[in-house]
Design a protein around this ligand. Structure first.
Ligand code: PLP
Length: 400
């Protein structure tokens, strides 16, 4: 009898975490490595949020809390959804978990039966397909090609829907491409969904606040109120508030689903960290003033990276609308050989040779379901980005 489960055998470890670990290992061994693989802001958590956490500790708010969040945080989430998204929810429609990651996982575990299909637009965040597999469902990948700005078309979505489709996972702005759906583009997607009442929408709005050049963020339940009853809107404080380590994510949706997700959480982790929850109340209720200057810094970095990568023959790097990633295509480099003798036949070979020969750590596109590409996180200093892009330019020039 096999010791490990068959389900686990279908799942692969997170390639982004793998790449980050490899970078840390190389750094620990004294190698000069620039890590561009981590999906977190390099800014510190704002002072007011840290203070709120310290105050919570000092006030003894260090005990178990309600399984899916303290009332104060649920109230702050309801206020946020009204303020930013014009969505009305009551606390019983809100759940809080240990990061958006747990919230997404709870939703899938709570709803998927064997054979249920989940449509995942590619390029996708690495965890979606594996979470679906872990929860016993079947991922159905729909490609959003570079020519369509890495977005899926309504026709491609329509063609992928079957009687077994339970969810569409929607993520805009996206990890790994930074591509954002305009309101008109999203409306065309929600129009398709209106024709298929068996499909629910899991909208991952994690990068809502990280947007550039006047891009207008929108979310499915807001764009099509007819989908309110079958949409779970997921968000969190990790990215916009530089709180990745605090582990707070949340979602709002139908009461029955929220109750089922609470049941999953009650038998796994129970409540998310009490102190982090109080910090998240301050993040959502407190000043939002640091978001705009942070975005200005991100935009400058994005422009540097896009320009330096597009200067390389064989690389095409579209300009993202949001998040802090670029997802250049290396179609023009496939088939070449690196100065170190590696044949670049896949994007994985490219990323591995880049790391080994230049100490620049990016994540290969196959991890995100669309190749040949690689993902760079520009959530690091301008100096690091310029050095990294210079190394990429030199590496690519050396390809024969
Ligand atoms: C698209 C997307 N969704 C969700 C998450 C999960 O974030 P967290 O669990 O830190 O809230 C991430 C983190 O990288 C992400 O990129």
């Amino acid at each position: 009898m096999a010791f490990l489960s068959d389900t686990l055998a279908r799942v692969k470890p997170s390639p982004t975490i793998m790449m980050t670990n490899k970078t840390l290992e190389m750094k620990a061994a004294g190698k000069d490595v620039i890590g561009l693989s981590a999906g977190e802001p390099d800014f510190d958590t704002p002072e007011n949020i840290k203070r709120a956490a310290i105050a919570a500790i000092e006030a003894g708010k260090t005990k178990y809390t309600a399984v899916d969040g303290i009332p104060e945080l649920k109230a702050a989430i309801c206020a946020k959804l009204k303020r930013d998204n014009n969505l009305s929810y009551e606390p019983a429609q809100v759940t809080v978990g240990t990061g958006g990651k747990q919230v997404l996982y709870n939703a899938l575990v709570a709803t998927l039966n064997p054979g249920d299909e989940v449509i995942i637009p590619a390029p996708y965040w690495v965890s979606y397909p594996d979470m679906v597999l872990l929860a016993g469902g079947t991922p159905v990948v729909v490609e959003g090609p570079l020519e369509n700005g890495f977005k899926i078309t309504p026709q491609a979505l329509e063609a992928a829907i079957t009687d077994k489709t339970k969810w569409l996972i929607f993520n805009s702005p996206s990890n790994p491409t930074g591509a954002g759906y305009t309101r008109a583009e999203l409306k065309a997607i929600t129009d398709v969904l209106m024709r298929h009442p068996q499909v629910h929408i899991l909208s991952d709005d994690m990068y809502e606040h990280l947007i550039y050049d006047g891009f207008e963020f929108c979310t499915p339940a807001e764009v099509e109120p007819g989908l309110y009853d079958r949409t779970l809107t997921v968000n969190g404080v990790s990215k916009a508030y530089a709180m990745t380590g605090w582990r707070i994510g949340y979602a709002a949706g139908p009461k029955e689903l929220i109750g089922a997700m609470r049941k999953v959480q009650s038998q796994s982790t129970s409540n998310p960290c009490s102190v982090s929850q109080w910090a998240a109340v301050e993040a959502l209720d407190g000043t939002q003033d640091f978001i705009a200057p942070n975005n200005e810094l991100f935009r400058k970095r994005r422009d540097i990276v896009v320009e330096m990568l597009n200067a390389v023959g064989g690389i095409t790097c579209p300009v993202p609308d949001g998040a802090f990633y670029v997802y250049p295509s290396i179609a023009g480099l496939i088939g070449k050989t690196s100065a170190g003798g590696t044949l670049i036949d896949t994007d994985e070979a490219f990323a591995t040779a880049l790391l080994e020969e230049t100490g620049t750590a990016a994540v290969f596109g196959a991890a995100f379901g669309l190749s040949p590409n690689f993902r760079i996180s520009y959530a690091t200093s301008e100096a690091n980005l310029i050095e990294a892009c210079t190394r990429i330019q030199t590496f690519c020039k050396g390809l024969t």
